[in-house]
Design a protein around this ligand. Structure first.
Ligand SMILES: C[S@@+](CC[C@H](N)C(=O)[O-])C[C@H]1O[C@@H](n2cnc3c(N)ncnc32)[C@H](O)[C@@H]1O
Length: 439
């Protein structure tokens, strides 16, 4: 479900973007596949009471939001039903309650990270904006209602500078040109700003002039040049060169301060991240005797939040720079009962058990969208921690993995959190209990 409406003709499913459940619409069928078809609204004959005026001019073309035409409260119900449907379809346990989605009081300007592609339009002119849905066509930048304002202003200033100075922009078709992306990270509570210039080259013309201007106009704390000369859809390349500041920023979540580097993952909605982390440490009722594994730990945020509730935390994360940040974050926050390991969870998790003989009572997993790999699932089933806290930004893979864990684990509730308002994405948290340990 990407937020489309669904119609059926004799059980044949047609997905209709922008249609709302209960509406009567006249459609044009655009594409017919074996199992389903895609249609486009030509006329709305009967409007849903949840339909609202779209506020964003690029909404229909941008690949970002897809629920801006629906009243915010109703988008939360849609997301709750989406998770509920997945659970009912996949899991045996029929007493699993999917709770109401925890929404935001103010679901606008919530993002702390912006990634703007820079390229050329059909006329060969430089353009900055967002990728159109499922394509690499750049829709020119306009006001985005989920982005923070300062990121937008800085990106636009850089774009004007590039145009004025005739700095060549990246051309995907022949891989020429220099500037590919502008990435901006903002510490929402510290107001610190990191600006990353992603380049298809080691250097950019008028570099020091650009840096001086950004520091003077926006008090940018750090500016980093990221070199990405590969033919890839991955935004950041492997090499970072610091042009100004220390190469990182700080932000504050709850009572903790976190260092964030260019390559490190940090939740894009810090207000809801705090809500999610508190749920993730309250739901499993942690004890001071518990050994906790924080798998896919990023810069150590969840483990650090949980550290005062347990005996010891072990964090594992594949991005080395994030682990460096995590170690530093433990120091900054004076957390002594935490250790971090860089590497693939698939291997390091087993190493901790086999080589270090550390056995977790509780495991928190927060994997990327693809979910857990087979080895990690079998390792969990072999190690049998009493509780597994599953945090996920993709309920489809979460439910798939829960099914694979079902032989030994059961759950009674899933708490969704609206981490990405107005998009069809939803974050979930659930505690899986080892069946043998339930009295
Ligand atoms: C959804 S993020 C969660 C990060 C962290 N828990 C947080 O809340 O900020 C997933 C993290 O898993 C890391 N990751 C992806 N694949 C991994 C793997 N195979 N082993 C270890 N970490 C991995 C990513 O780099 C990313 O930091």
């Amino acid at each position: 479900m990407e937020g489309e409406g669904i119609a059926k003709i004799d059980d044949f499913v047609i997905f209709i973007p922008n249609a709302i459940k209960g509406e009567k619409v006249k459609i044009l069928i655009l594409k017919v596949l074996k199992s389903h078809a895609y249609g486009k609204i030509i006329e709305i004959l009967e409007k849903s009471k949840y339909r609202i005026e779209e506020d964003c001019t690029t909404y229909k073309r941008c690949g970002g939001c897809n629920l801006r035409h629906i009243d915010y409260e109703e988008t939360l119900n849609i997301k709750q039903r989406k998770v509920e449907n997945l659970v009912n379809k996949t899991l045996k346990g029929n007493n699993i309650e999917v709770k109401n989605v925890i929404g935001m009081g103010n679901p606008y300007g919530y993002r702390n990270k912006a990634q703007y592609p820079v390229g050329m339009n059909k006329l060969g002119e430089p353009v900055i904006g967002v990728f159109a849905e499922r394509t690499h066509e750049i829709v020119p930048m306009q006001k985005c209602y989920i982005q923070n304002e300062i990121a937008e202003k800085i990106a636009f200033t850089i774009y004007k500078f590039i145009k004025e100075k005739n700095i060549p922009v990246y051309n995907e078709s022949n891989r020429s040109g220099i500037i590919r992306h502008i990435v901006i990270k903002v510490g929402i509570r510290t107001h610190e700003i990191m600006c990353i210039l992603v380049l298809n080259s080691k250097s950019i013309q008028h570099e020091s002039e650009l840096v001086d201007m950004l520091v003077k106009e926006y008090n940018v704390k750090t500016i980093v040049k990221n070199i990405n000369e590969e033919n890839t859809n991955v935004i950041l390349g492997k090499q970072n060169i610091v042009l100004h500041g220390d190469g990182y920023i700080y932000d504050i979540l709850g009572e903790y301060t976190f260092k964030i580097s260019p390559m490190s993952f940090y939740q894009i909605n810090p207000v809801q991240a705090e809500v999610l982390y508190n749920i993730a440490i309250e739901m499993p009722e942690l004890s001071k005797e518990d050994i906790l594994f924080d798998l896919y730990c990023g810069i150590g945020t969840i483990g650090i939040f949980a550290s005062t509730h347990v005996k010891k935390v072990y964090g594992i994360e594949i991005v080395e720079e994030a682990i460096k940040d995590a170690k530093e974050n433990a120091k900054i926050n004076n957390i002594k009962n935490i250790e971090f390991y860089a590497g693939d969870v698939e291997k390091i998790f087993a190493n901790l058990i086999e080589k270090k003989q550390v056995y977790p009572d509780v495991i928190i997993v927060d994997p990327p969208r693809k979910g857990l790999d087979e080895n990690t699932i079998s390792n969990i089933l072999a190690v049998k921690p009493r509780k597994v806290v599953y945090i996920s930004c993709n309920p489809a893979t979460m439910v798939r993995d829960m099914k694979l864990l079902e032989e030994k684990y059961e759950t009674s509730e899933i708490q969704p959190v609206d981490m990405f308002p107005f998009t069809s994405h939803v974050e979930c948290c659930s505690v899986l209990y080892l069946k043998d340990s339930i009295q």
